[in-house]
Design a protein around this ligand. Structure first.
Ligand SMILES: Cc1ncc(COP(=O)(O)O)c(C=O)c1O
Length: 453
């Protein structure tokens, strides 16, 4: 890009744009990296520098940027029609995608309600569960439970069931009350020895049982990020916990809501994270990878039992009065269908297994470096924590802003890294190859050396 054009764009960025999750003052003396193009796993900036997209553009991208089949699907759909409303009208991409989602998600999720981002998929789940209990004569069931460290989005319903203090505590006066439950963390489980995983799961489940004993009559649903709590710090949880939670939710009549906005569509090595535990939730929330990370779209799927509680004569007022302007956007649905076809044609999940193995090897290597502790992996997601003294888990002083320094140094080494505090992680696209992984790991080691010496 010509230098004058670049400088003018960056000036306007400073003048007009407020970036998300960003202290804009941090950019008083430097610019955002201006992106000019993206292809496959790479993103290129206006100076032609190339970066690995190790976080899949906020955990969305699956098949790489600019995939020709996805672009073709957009073109073809635009030639037919662009956005039309999805209430009182319907269309082939929305219908066919719903059919496919029902067939690939865990058993029993038979109805698809579209919206347009992860937070709204969660809002839909919460309202759907709430209204269900009202309509079957269990009006006292109005409350929700969630896990400490969970993140379900930034709208107020999603924040009410959010467990990350930094993002959520300020907004408390605006939120509805929900029960915060301890999350069984695989890091503690491993520290506790060979039985640790079972023990940590059982301890956390005992607390859920206690809550349900006391509160089942007031509880509508329990929302979880199955197996992997992303924004809370890449907290990985045992499959046994999810299995036990499913059993308890069934026994006590509480909806199990699985937020697979981030984990869905192959990221954890299986199509959905719930499959690691062989669990079917009552409601599942999907977004991000739904359109291979290319278009905004989300879907909330539920069981027939939930759907049936809304199905009645209009006069009974059981309609689910919820919808967004861009619900079921046809171009986004066409992209989602193209992405699902790619899973079959390119054997995406099967091919990813070699990459997942390469990632395990690379992570094992990184885990031996000084300052690194608690390396962990689920599929194409891998994380480790950085400490001043890793042995004693003594953190770096916050003013060193290690995460921010890693992010900056990443650019120098051709990596887009987006640490969560002092937790460094990869959230790789499914198109990553074992060679990419080895290169990314070598570059990460150089980043660690730059920042930590
Ligand atoms: C598990 C989970 N749920 C919900 C959301 C919210 O999605 P969105 O940012 O599209 O609103 C996110 C976003 O990162 C997420 O990780």
């Amino acid at each position: 890009m010509e230098e004058t054009i670049k400088q003018e764009l960056l000036r306007k960025d400073r003048s007009y744009v407020w970036h998300p999750f960003t202290q804009m003052k941090d950019y008083d003396d430097r610019d955002h990296v201006l992106i000019e193009r993206a292809e496959g796993i790479y993103i290129y900036d206006a100076d032609g520098r190339r970066f690995y997209d190790t976080v899949s553009s906020w955990w969305c991208n699956l098949h790489g940027h600019g995939h020709p089949r996805i672009k073709e699907a957009i073109r073809q759909q635009l030639d037919r029609f662009d956005h039309i409303m999805f209430s009182g009208l319907t269309h082939a991409p929305g219908i066919e995608l719903a059919e496919q989602l029902v067939s690939i998600t865990p058993a029993g999720l038979n109805k698809v309600f579209y919206s347009d981002n992860g937070s709204t998929a969660v809002e839909v789940a919460i309202k759907m569960s709430f209204q269900y209990w009202q309509q079957i004569g269990r009006a006292s069931k109005t409350k929700f439970a969630f896990l400490d460290g969970s993140y379900h989005g930034d709208t107020l319903g999603a924040v009410s069931v959010g467990g990350v203090q930094l993002y959520h505590s300020l907004f408390k006066p605006l939120l509805f009350h929900a029960h915060r439950m301890p999350a069984p963390d695989l890091r503690q489980a491993r520290a506790a020895g060979p039985e640790g995983e079972r023990e940590v799961a059982e301890t956390a489940l005992a607390q859920v049982r206690e809550l349900f004993e006391r509160e089942a009559d007031t509880l509508a649903g329990f929302i979880v990020e199955p197996m992997l709590q992303g924004a809370g710090g890449m907290i990985m949880t045992p499959a046994a916990y999810l299995q036990g939670l499913r059993e308890l939710c069934t026994a006590y009549g509480v909806h199990l809501i699985a937020d697979e906005v981030a984990t869905g569509f192959g990221r954890t090595g299986k199509m959905f994270a719930c499959e690691h535990a062989g669990v079917s939730p009552d409601i599942i929330c999907l977004s991000k990878g739904l359109t291979a990370g290319i278009m905004p779209l989300s879907a909330t799927l539920c069981t027939d039992d939930i759907y049936d509680a809304f199905y009645d004569d209009y006069a009974t007022q059981k309609t689910f009065f919820h919808g967004h302007s861009f619900t079921g956007n046809p171009v986004a649905c066409a992209v989602a269908l193209a992405s699902l076809r790619l899973f079959e044609e390119e054997c995406t999940l099967e091919r990813a297994q070699d990459t997942i193995a390469a990632l395990a090897e690379a992570l094992g290597d990184i885990a031996r470096l000084p300052h690194v502790a608690d390396a962990r992996q689920l599929g194409l997601v891998a994380a480790f924590d950085l400490y001043e003294d890793a042995e004693r888990r003594r953190p770096f002083p916050p003013e060193r802003r290690i995460g921010a320094a890693m992010y900056e140094a990443g650019f120098e080494e051709g990596l887009i890294l987006r640490p969560l505090g002092d937790t460094l992680y990869y959230w790789l696209p499914l198109c990553a190859t074992p060679d990419d992984i080895r290169d990314i790991a070598a570059r990460t080691k150089r980043v660690l050396r730059r920042v930590l010496g």
